[in-house]
Design a protein. Structure first.
Length: 357
């Protein structure tokens, strides 16, 4: 008999909460159960099939017959609990199609808007006179200003094919190691840490990577591709999954015909190597955010609408990217394509009209 490695125990008088952070289940144990569990933790071989508590602990998967291996993790248990505990969030009912999604999302928004909203003003900043700032001036070359002003989250895409040339531009300017920066190398930077992207990177480690989801790209077979930033090249990882893209992305089916997407992953092992403290876990997400924004600005400048999400089925995405059980983990998804620029998909707009009528 074994103790499930994905447990943590919270003291909550009069009992103890045993939390399985992988399965997202909790059990409240009284003194009898916690005393018995303490004995079994000390020696799992004391397991006794005649003991009702032991049988119940096994049924609750606090004990397991087979040994469960826990994945490699280079930071502390706290960050591991958080990382695994926020993966594969169970959803009472994942929307199966765009109509279900629209209805569920509308219900959710209605519920949220019926609750009192947080204060508009930040309480601590209520005092102090405002110092008016000059009107913003135009940038010398306003293409950046335009991209910043025009970027918006679109939820309605035509599905039209994207030229491979645009995909290459997008990947190079957001994820590629910039050749243009090779000549401005700083001699004091350690060997192996010279590569630079358009976005900053925690410790210069370039811990984030990108996997392209090509649904409709001219000159590229549909599929999942790893992007190699040093060579500015792609390699096929997997064909497209049979199920709709929305199934992978939290049931957000308005995205089913998005022609191009990018899963942003982080190589935690690179961060473990340099940063011992789990605070570096936060940096992985910050870096992914920078890369996502760069991707969106380039896509906007190329005339595409953009969309992004952190809601996906982690285990399915990991399998698709062939990184299951590895220290490389998917963090975010960003995509783009020809769009009518609508923030809401047509089905949601129809539903809103129907509800308002
Ligand atoms: C971290 C993050 C997660 C997001 N997740 C989703 C998402 O799951 N689905 C979605 O449709 N939009 C998502 N968005 C987009 C936001 O809803 C959008 O940025 C916000 O409504 C403001 O609109 P704008 O991007 O057009 O300025 C996300 C944005 C961020 C920054």
């Amino acid at each position: 008999m074994h103790i499930n490695p994905y447990l943590f125990i919270l003291p909550r008088t009069p009992g103890q909460i045993v939390w399985n952070y992988k399965n997202h289940t909790q059990h409240e144990l009284d003194l009898n159960y916690t005393s018995r569990l303490a004995r079994l933790i000390d020696n799992p071989n004391l397991f006794d099939r005649q003991n009702i508590i032991d049988v119940q602990l096994l049924k609750a998967e606090i004990l397991t017959i087979a040994k469960i291996d826990s994945p490699q993790w280079g930071w502390d248990e706290l960050s591991k609990i958080y990382h695994i505990g926020t993966q594969n969030i169970p959803c009472a009912r994942t929307p199966q199609n765009i109509h279900e999604w629209s209805r569920q999302y509308l219900d959710h928004c209605t519920e949220v808007l019926n609750k009192p909203a947080p204060a508009q003003q930040r309480p601590a900043l209520n005092t102090g006179q405002r110092i008016a700032l000059p009107a913003p001036c135009g940038l010398t070359d306003d293409s950046l200003g335009n991209a910043l002003r025009q970027r918006k989250t679109c939820r309605s895409f035509t599905g039209e094919a994207i030229p491979l040339r645009d995909v290459a531009t997008l990947l190079y300017l957001s994820f590629g190691f910039l050749h243009e920066r090779e000549n401005s190398r700083d001699d004091c930077i350690a060997h192996g840490l010279h590569a630079r992207r358009s976005s900053p990177s925690g410790g210069g480690l370039n811990a984030c990577e990108g996997f392209v989801l090509a649904r409709n790209v001219c000159g590229l077979e549909p599929g999942l591709y790893a992007y190699h930033p040093a060579e500015h090249a792609l390699s096929l990882t997997n064909p497209l999954p049979e199920s709709a893209l929305g199934d992978l992305l939290g049931g957000q089916h308005f995205i089913n015909n998005l022609p191009l997407g990018l899963f942003i992953t982080a190589r935690f092992d690179r961060l473990w190597w340099k940063y011992e403290h789990s605070r570096a876990y936060r940096m992985a997400f910050v870096e992914a955010g920078h890369l996502s924004q760069s991707f969106q600005l380039v896509a906007t400048a190329l005339g595409f609408g953009t969309w992004l999400t952190g809601a996906f089925a982690d285990d399915r995405v990991e399998a698709l990217l062939k990184i299951e059980g590895s220290p490389e983990q998917p963090l975010f998804f960003v995509g783009c394509g020809a769009s009518d620029g609508q923030a809401m998909c047509r089905e949601m707009q129809d539903l809103l009209r129907e509800v308002q009528a």
